[in-house]
Design a protein around this ligand. Sequence first.
Ligand code: GTP
Length: 415
Amino acid sequence: MNDQVNGSSGITVMRKKLMGYVGFANFPNQVHRKSVKTGFQFTCMVVGESGLGKSTLVNTLFNTQIYPNKQPAEPTHDCPQTVEIQSITTDIEENGVRLRMTVVDTPGFGDFVNNEESWKPILDNIESRFDAYLEQENRVNRRKMVDNRIHACLYFITPTGHALKPLDVEFMRRLHTRVNLIPVIAKADTLTEEEVVAFKQRILADIKHHNIQIYQAPAYEYDDEETIAENREVMSKIPFAIVGSDKEFEVEGGRRVRGRRYPWGVIQVDNEEHCDFVKLRQMLIRTHMEELKEFTNDVLYENYRTEKLSAMGIQQDPSVFKEVNPVQKMEEERLAHEQKLAKMETEMRSVFHAKVQEKEHKLKQSEEELYARHKEMKEALDKQRIELEEKRRRLEAGRPMTPEKSKKKGFSFNK
Ligand code: GTP
C-alpha cells in the first residue's frame, strides 16, 4: 500500500510498505554499539549552603566516593562575595557502559553575612562553559568538541519546613534560563512525612509565583503508557525530598541497607517509602540523562548562543540561513574603523588649511598696513624736507653773502 504525505518543508513524501527484510531496523543497535564504544559524559552542578549534604548525595547517587571527604572551608567576612567553584571528573563503568561524570560544586554558597550577588560567580561559570563551547563551534576544525556545559543543577533547599528563602528565589530566578534546575529538599529525614508534603507544596507555589522554570520532562507521543505513567510519577516527586548516606546498616531479615540510623530505626536511602532518593536517581541517571543533555543543547545553549551573537550585531536572515563568519565580521569592523580614521584625518586637514589661510590673510593685512604707514611717513618727511629747503633758500636770499660764496657765484670785490 502506498501513501503520499506532504512534509512540513514542502517535500512530498511517499509512504511505502516493505516487501521484505532490508536491515535498517537495526539502526538503534548501531547507535547503541557506538554509544557504548564512545561512552557517555554528563556534568552536574550541586548548589546549596555548606553542610546540606551535597557531597554525600553525589557519592550516594553514584555509589562511589566521587567526592573525597573535604573539610568545609571557614567563611571569612573579609571576602564575603567569594564563591569558590570546584570541579571533579570521574570515569565510572556499569555493565561495560562508561560514564565520565563531572560534578561541579559551589561550596560556601549563601554562607556569608551579605549574600547579595552570590549567584553571580555561579552564573558566570555556567555561561563561561557555553562560551567555551561556542568558541569550539566557530573553530575551523570541530572534530574534537569537548562538552563541559552543565546539564543539570541540583539546588539544595534547607529543610526549614516553611518556604523558600529570598536567596533561593533569587538564585533560581537568575539561573533558570541557563541551566536545568532540579530543586531538592536536603536532609529530608529531619522533617516528618506531613511536613515534607506541606513543604513541597509551599516550594512549588513559590516557584510558580516567581515564574521560575524548573526542569520538566517532555512527553512524547510515541511514549508507551507505562513510560508516560513512570515519567508522571517521577515528576510528581519534585522537589525531591532526599536523604544521603554511604553507610550501611543491618535491618530486619539480616538485609544490609544504605541509610541513617536513629534510636528508633534506620532511614533507608533506597527505600521509596522513606525518601525520594530512588526517584531522583531514576530521573537523573536512568531515564532522563539524555533528555537533560538534549534540553541543555537545544534550548538553553541555543538561546544563549542567539543572545550572544545578536549582541555582537550578527543577525540571521529569516528566509535564508546565513552562516556566521567571525573573520568576515572582523574584516567589516576593521574597514569601518579605517573609514572613521580617514574621515577624522580629512576633517583635521580642512581645519588646518582654514587656520593657515586665516594666518596668511592676517599677515598680508599687517604688511599692507605697514606699507601704508611707511608711505605716509615718507610723504610727511618729503614734505618736511621741501619746506626746510624753502626756508633755507629764503634765509639765504635775505642774508649778505660771504666772499667765498660770492666768489663761487662769480662776484668780485674791490680791494
Ligand atoms: P560542604 O562540603 O561544606 O559544602 O558540605 P556538603 O553540603 O557537601 O555536606 P556533606 O555531604 O559534607 O555533609 C555534611 C554533614 O551532613 C555530614 O555530617 C553528613 O553526614 C550529613 N548529612 C549528609 N546528608 C545527610 C542527610 O540526608 N541527612 C542528615 N541528617 N544528615 C546528612
